[in-house]
Write a protein that binds this ligand. Structure first.
Ligand SMILES: Cc1cc2nc3c(=O)[nH]c(=O)nc-3n(C[C@H](O)[C@H](O)[C@H](O)COP(=O)(O)OP(=O)(O)OC[C@H]3O[C@@H](n4cnc5c(N)ncnc54)[C@H](O)[C@@H]3O)c2cc1C
Length: 456
């Protein structure tokens, strides 16, 4: 048995940064990784998808070149082998950077599956490691739904869909949420026919109805077929392709395509971690129970990132690292409840979100003011020829505090941050009204929008 000052399980978006902080503080740290260094974000999540979204946007803009007065000889062709090679190179650079960042004094890397054998003991291969401080950062993986026929046919998930080096003639995407929509638009732009099958009455149902409707419009205008209120009952081989049998009130009862992508959610990697042997509590879906400072029910064991159910993003995992490090090393009592919900949907144009949706804000019972501005009213969006979408902000009337915002339009994933930072500053919205922003930008219209608030 080898004893360390700290053990980090998993090299996702929290573990490596924490391991570096602990090692720099003089602790002997063991880091255990069973797969590729960097976890989901680097290898199968944010990095590869956003690299491929960039290729898809290049194809889209090239097809629109004539609108901008630019001639391109012949039809636009997408070389998926080169798209994939570009993606692989970006991912490899990011992964190698992480391995280098962990190859430091006081840090020992172990390759293999970690499993608790006691509250403070971990088995990895033939070794048993012991520590008074254990940090779980095991992330999650794609859910394989119990859908009849799925085990009989070849299908793609969020990882394998990025390993193909050809354009699927017709991609059927089961699941109309964040991951499914990014792939649907990306492959449509690469040249696939695309059908999205979603059992809910609208896409990304946690967003406001106007956001869902605008996103549906963006995708349909690009020729994506969206089947709403359509539950996939079973899948089967159909000639050289696949057929998904649907339970739906309208439209064809079968969606056919050449390839099937399952994008129906993710689950935590905790089923093979030995949580019960260690007495670490978790919920029925496998998310590890943590308090506001990410401590599990076993003293000296913390859980960070997707596996604690407090977030499903790279920035929430990294923020988890900051919270744990602040509490352990900086005598700074940061908490999960200090953070404001924020994320993006990286279709093009992207959706940036902060705080409450309008529907969530209405449920608080507070007196509300709402401002909304269409992209057609925003000079920069018109100049760029990208006028789909809108920006919206929700304010509490009595305190003048911003409760939430959505920016669906060019640069929406960046623009949202000026609203987010004002929310963190707890400044009244009137502060933003007095700010002078750069012209012509998307963000310059936030003060304008705030000048047109209406009561709900
Ligand atoms: C297609 C897709 C696109 C995404 N895009 C975005 C985006 O644009 N922005 C964003 O913020 N988020 C995005 N996400 C989500 C983001 O990738 C995750 O939220 C983030 O990676 C979570 O990191 P983590 O630290 O919790 O764990 P992970 O990154 O999942 O890492 C966990 C690591 O632990 C290892 N591991 C697991 N179990 C064990 C064990 N028992 N022993 C040893 N090692 C183990 C795994 O091999 C893995 O390397 C995307 C996800 C997907 C699937």
């Amino acid at each position: 048995m080898t004893t360390y000052d700290a053990i980090v399980i998993g090299t996702g978006q929290a573990g490596p940064a924490l391991a570096r902080r602990l090692a720099a503080a003089g602790m002997g740290v063991a880091v255990i990784e069973r797969g590729l260094f960097g976890g989901t974000c680097v290898n199968t999540g944010c990095t590869p998808t956003k690299t491929m979204v960039a290729s898809a946007r290049a194809a889209h803009i090239a097809r629109r070149a004539a609108e901008f007065g630019v001639s391109i000889a012949g039809p636009v062709a997408v070389d998926m082998k080169r798209v994939k090679a570009r993606k692989d190179a970006v991912v490899e650079t990011a992964r190698n950077g992480l391995v280098a960042a962990l190859s430091i004094e006081n840090c020992t890397l172990y390759r293999g599956q970690a499993r608790f054998v006691a509250p403070h003991e971990i088995r990895v291969g033939d070794a048993v490691l012991k520590s008074e401080r254990i940090f779980i950062n095991v992330g999650g993986r794609a859910v394989v739904p119990p859908m009849p026929g799925l085990d009989q046919i070849e299908h793609l998930n969020n990882s394998s869909v990025m390993d193909i080096d050809f354009v699927p003639p017709h991609l059927v995407v089961i699941g109309g949420s964040y991951v499914g929509l990014e792939f649907a638009q990306m492959y449509r732009r690469f040249g696939s026919e695309v059908t999205i099958v979603e059992m809910a009455p609208r896409l990304i149902g946690r967003e406001d109805e106007d956001v869902s409707a605008a996103i549906l419009d963006i995708l349909e205008r690009e020729g994506i077929s969206v089947r709403l209120n359509a539950k996939c009952l079973s899948v089967a081989k159909s000639g050289a392709g696949i057929a998904a049998t649907l339970d739906c009130a309208s439209g064809a009862p079968v969606a056919r395509g050449s390839h099937l992508l399952i994008a129906t959610g993710r689950r935590p990697n905790t089923d093979d971690l030995g949580l019960d042997e260690a007495g670490i509590a978790h919920d029925g879906r496998g998310f590890i129970t943590v308090d506001d400072q990410l401590r599990t029910t076993v003293p000296g064991v913390w859980a960070l990132g997707d596996c604690n159910g407090k977030g499903a993003f790279t920035h929430t995992a990294y923020n988890d690292f900051e919270i744990v490090a602040a509490n352990l090393l900086d005598d700074d009592p940061r908490r999960v409840s200090d953070r404001i919900t924020t994320y993006a949907l990286f279709i093009d144009p992207p959706l940036g979100r902060a705080g409450l949706s309008e529907a969530e804000a209405r449920k608080t019972g507070k007196r509300l003011l709402v401002g909304k501005r269409a992209m057609t009213q925003i000079a920069r969006a018109v100049e760029k020829g990208e006028t789909q979408g809108f920006m919206k902000i929700v304010v509490e009337a009595d305190t003048k505090q911003i409760l939430g915002a959505a920016v669906l339009g060019p640069g929406g994933d960046e623009v949202i941050h000026c609203i987010l930072d004002t929310m963190y500053a707890k400044a009244p919205y009137t502060v933003m009204q007095r700010a002078m922003h750069i012209h012509p930008t998307m963000a310059e219209h936030i003060p304008t929008m705030l000048g047109e608030l209406r009561a709900l």
